[in-house]
Each structure stands twice: as structure tokens, then as C-alpha cells.
Write a protein that binds this ligand. Sequence first.
Ligand code: ADP
Ligand code: MG
Length: 353
Amino acid sequence: SSSKGPGPGGVNVQVLLRCRPLSEEERRISTPVVITCNEQRREVSVAQNIANKQIDRTFVFDKVFGPKSQQQDVFNHAVVPLVNEVLDGYNCTIFAYGQTGTGKTYTMEGGGGSKAQNGDLPSDAGVIPRAVKRIFDILEEQSAEYSMKVSFLELYNEELTDLLAPEESKFSDDKSKKPMALMEDGKGGVFVRGLEEELVSSAAEIYRILDRGSAKRKTAETLLNKQSSRSHSIFSITIHIKECTPEGEEMIKCGKLNLVDLAGSENISRSGARDGRAREAGEINKSLLTLGRVINTLVEHSGHIPYRDSKLTRLLRDSLGGKTKTCIIATIAPSVHCLEETLSTLDYAHRAK
Ligand code: ADP
Ligand code: MG
């Protein structure tokens, strides 16, 4: 399959496109649709006549998921091969990229009811709970000796917050609210000082941690008047597996899976503004734009990779490029009202190919 081994350009970046269905409300008011997905041809077409100017464009991706696609389909194509890589000791990253309201969180986390019942996930469970379940299923099947830890970070306005850190006291001084520092480890890697990494030994434990992190994210949003659409969330699973070589030697394989729900891409087009709010948007631009440049450079083998230009790319440096595999799931809405943002998402995602 195309996700095994380097792609045509020798780079392991897969770009998938997912178009959500019209919402009930959009259907009720008969919102015009401007997107056609051809899953066989892996094509997305945009067609619309605006003021007698006909827009007609077609984009090809590694895989296209139309409005009827199921969470299970996306998981099977986008995630299963990467989970295998991670269990083989590689680092992989899955990004959800797109305008707010197009299904990034739905794709990554699921449609709300993503809690496991008796070990089975609901059909609307997203990539993260499915990946977690699959990893544990495989490890158990192999009776592997392993250790696993997870972390959950939020990147807002180029500042990092630990979504798993214990609640701070209301009375703690301001120092404790200092944003977390990203430090160089002197070996070309980075680490987040004081980051909470939780050891986990079951899928149920991870689901609880995910819920706790999401709840903290929501609380912080309300308290600090943040907008979730402006923050990136990064959920990382690190696995160490003990193995014996045929010669009976012990070996530890270490792999990492990063699952990233990116900030809304609508901020990417707002540039040059002067007020605080827009500067905030500009900071999000920085991580999103740098991510785009890093991926472009990787795909085109065009020299210096600007990892250092944003926190997001510094943080994910050991999981982007080299032997790692990256999957970008670009999400769009079919509505005419999203046309402009949809074109910009298609362009961004297409350039990453
Ligand atoms: P984003 O995270 O990109 O802002 P959401 O994931 O919150 O977008 O999705 C917006 C709304 O659309 C939610 O109500 C979500 O449940 C719904 N939705 C998104 N994608 C799909 C899909 N593929 N199928 C059904 N509903 C979806
Ligand atoms: Mg979201």
C-alpha cells in the first residue's frame, strides 16, 4: 500500500481530504453545495458561479473521504498503518487541518459519545480512541512487555499549557501560571519542562485522561476567554516495547504517536492586522504557516527545514521528516458559504503533497 515505505517523492507524508456532510440546519435551509467528492479518482471538485465568474477546480489527494464516509473508514486508511509503524519503533504524527466547524475534532476525538462501553467503541468514535484501542489490542495479542505514557498539551498564542497537570489552587501566585518552557536537550531534541507524562496500562485509563484533558481545555477557555478554534491540541502516546532478538538479546523499541487537532485554518488568512486580537491570530499563523513550510520543504527536499520558526514544529521535530510518517487529514465543508476557506484549505493541503 502507498502508506508503507516512502511515497513517490521519498517522503512519508500522506494527505487525505475529508468533506463533512451538510448539517441538519444547513439541509433545512437548503444550503447550496459546491463540493463534489470522487473517492475512486481521489478527487475533490469545486464548482460555483459567482457574479458570472465560473470557479471550476479539481484537486487530487492520496485519499478522499466524502460526506458519507465513516469514522471507521478514516481510521482504517489513515491510522492503522501508522499504528503499525509506531509499534515498530518509529515516530508518527496525524494532523487535522481545516476551517473551524469542518470536523477536525469530530475526526480526531469523535462525535461526543466516544466513551467505550464494555471495550467496544461507539461508531462515531474518532481517531484518538480508535488508535488507543488498537495499540492495546495488538500489544495484548502479542503478550508484549511494554510501558506506555501519554501527554496532552495545548498550544495557544505560542504558549504551551499542560492539559494533564494537576489543578492549581485558586490562591497560587502568578508564577505557577507561567507558560511552560520548551527546552533544547543538547542532542538536537526538545522537551517541555515540567510536562506531566502519565504512565498508562489500559485503554480505559487513556479515555479517562483524554476526558480530563478536554474538560480542562474547556474550563480554561471559559476562564481566560480563550477560543478553542485558536488553539492547537497535541495528544502524544509514547511506547517502549521489550523485545528479544533471535540470539536472545534484549532490545527496547521506542515509538511515538502524536495526534494533533490544529487551530482553525481561517486564521491563516488574517495577516497584517494591528490590534491585539489579530496579533493573537498572527501567532497562530506562525505555527500553522511554519508547519506548512516544514512539510513543503520535506516533500520537495528543498534544503533547510525551518523547524525552529514555531513552537509546534519545534515540539514535533522528532516526529516530522526522516524515518517518520506523517498524515494530514484536511477537513472541509460542502457549503457555498465556506467556499473561500475551502479553496484555501485545498490549496494548503495540496501543496503539502
Ligand atoms: P472543528 O473541530 O473543525 O471546528 P467539529 O469537529 O467541531 O469541527 O465539527 C463541527 C460540527 O460538525 C460538529 O457538530 C460535528 O459533530 C459535525 N461533524 C463534523 N464532521 C462530521 C462528519 N464527518 N459527520 C457527521 N458530523 C460531522
Ligand atoms: Mg474543534
